[in-house]
Design a protein around this ligand. Sequence first.
Ligand code: SAM
Length: 160
Amino acid sequence: MAVAADDQVLEIGCGRGAAVSLVASRLTTGRIVAIDRAATMVRLATERNLNHINAGRAEIRCAGFEAADLPARRFTKIFAVNVSLFWLGDATQPIDRMRSLLAPGGQLYVFGERPTAAHATANLTATKLLLEARGFTTARSSAIRGQGQVLTCVSGTPIE
Ligand SMILES: C[S@@+](CC[C@H](N)C(=O)[O-])C[C@H]1O[C@@H](n2cnc3c(N)ncnc32)[C@H](O)[C@@H]1O
């Protein structure tokens, strides 16, 4: 994601907050808002990132994305890792909302971990089609992780 020091980042479905730590440690004037609908995950993510929260670089909230109170056209980067809303059910409305939350020039990053290369390819294709159908141009990449896991990423830039 090439996080810049002044990025305004939104993470959807932050889980235990591992990515919050990685992103927040790159920020100076920027900020990450991370949401998760599970209170237990928010507690764990908050404990893990107390230093970043106290420094004003991170905010972690218990909220479902669909109803979360978030400012329009604010975020330079929005991302999610292994969050099923992209692949289960109709993702049209959530993706349109993500688009409306992106600042001009902002980008959406959809990450997923899959057990095999074949699963990864299917995931990349499905995610790419999903974003393109909602008015994004896309780029995709993947990397082998430990124990044969493949990390996939489709990034999307809104077509103006
Ligand atoms: C499989 S976990 C991944 C957690 C983390 N991103 C990671 O990779 O370790 C998915 C997380 O997304 C959250 N989640 C799923 N749908 C969500 C939604 N619509 N709004 C907010 N959080 C959501 C779940 O509560 C869960 O913590």
